[in-house]
Design a protein around this ligand. Structure first.
Ligand code: PBG
Length: 354
């Protein structure tokens, strides 16, 4: 190696770093090209230097399922490795997440069937499961960012995100309940409320109610472009919240639409959303990309239960390298434009990034 070559190597790799690849060797060019993109892929150090997208533990939001009771955790059959926790064990799981560097959690409740009704009354019970959970979490871990889901489905005897009348989902009557639910969550300590119901006008109604009660610093993560998706199946198993009749197509979006997603985003931003979300993530990477180009707000994406189940199932069969597929998949969501990713893989990713 000439002195110039060796000083270039020292600059490129840092004096103390041992190159992983063998030193460059002269080769005789055969094809007449001056452009050789492979030059930048030659060593791990180079690849890291020119890497465009880097997944960080700060990007992750860990969704968690809570149930009433004590000292129990029940694995969700269609989501191996994910559990419904009673509050005492949930606190331990939150501690584990914090130890891994995870900064945010999103909470979903399993509500007993006898507490469900058509109007989702339990959703705004100040002594209900989610308010109790929020209080306990914020008391034990004041720094964790607690995100509470706003929607009626876990509380609905019909399994729908809104009040049902004559087979239809009422919009404005539902928004009135969602407002009460969001206020209850804010009082219990939620840092961010996350309406996932897709009723029209709910972001504006929740924002003005929060402000009127003094919760000016409680943020809104809006599930803005939420599609009517079969990828939510395992989540509905987890919460026993599948619709009792019909589907959610009169409120969640048609999978075939992209421009409508921009319309929904614009409405939610105008109504006061702080963060907008696309859900699911993987079949909708084009939507994430377009929305990132369209708004200056942070964009979140939900790597949903069905997406988790697919990777887990193939991983458990030994058909794919699960850890590599997880990192590649989450990187694709970030590369598409997501700033934040809700994922049941949060702990796995945090460990893999170490
Ligand atoms: C309910 C809600 C759903 C999810 C998050 N909030 C299900 C649904 O809309 O039916 C799905 C999350 C997942 O599948 O991981 N409003």
């Amino acid at each position: 190696m000439t002195p110039i070559q060796s000083s270039v190597r020292a600059i490129a790799f840092g004096a103390g770093l041992r190159p992983i690849a063998p030193p460059n060797q002269p080769e005789t060019p055969v094809i007449p090209t001056i452009h050789r993109p492979r030059r930048l892929r030659r060593t791990e150090t180079l690849r890291r230097m020119v890497r465009e997208t880097v997944l960080r533990v700060e990007d992750l939001i860990y969704p968690l399922f809570v149930m009433a009771g004590e000292n129990q955790q029940i694995e969700i059959p269609s989501m191996p490795g994910c559990y419904r926790y009673t509050l005492d064990l949930l606190l331990k799981e939150v501690q584990t997440a914090i130890d891994l560097g995870i900064g945010a959690i999103a909470l979903f409740p399993l509500i007993a069937e006898d507490l469900k009704d058509n109007a989702g009354t339990e959703s705004y019970n100040p002594k209900g499961l989610i308010p109790r959970t929020l209080r306990a979490i914020k008391q034990a871990f004041p720094d964790i960012l607690a995100i509470a889901d706003v929607a009626l489905d876990p509380y609905s005897s019909q399994g729908h995100d809104g009040i049902v009348k004559d087979g239809k989902i009422l919009n404005d009557e539902t928004v009135a309940i969602l407002v009460k639910q969001a206020l209850t969550q804010a009082e219990a300590g939620a840092d961010i409320v996350a309406p996932s119901d897709m009723m029209d006008g709910r972001i504006g109604a929740i924002r003005s109610a929060l402000d009127a009660e003094g919760w000016i610093n409680v943020g809104i993560l809006a599930y803005s472009a939420k599609y009517a998706s079969a990828y939510y199946g395992p989540f509905r198993d987890a919460l026993d919240s599948a619709p009792k009749f019909g589907d959610k197509k009169t409120y969640q979006m048609d999978a075939a639409n992209a421009r409508e997603a921009i319309k929904e985003i614009d409405l939610d931003i105008a109504e006061g959303a702080d963060i907008v979300m696309v859900k699911p993530a993987l079949a909708y990477l084009d939507i994430i990309y377009q929305i990132k180009q369209h708004t200056h707000l942070p964009v979140a994406a939900y790597n949903v239960s069905g997406e988790y189940a697919i990777i887990k199932a193939a991983g458990l069969q030994g058909w794919i390298d699960e850890q590599k597929v997880i990192l590649e998949t989450l990187t694709s969501i970030k590369r598409a434009g997501a700033d934040l990713i809700l994922t049941y893989f949060a702990k796995d990713v945090a460990l893999l990034l170490r």
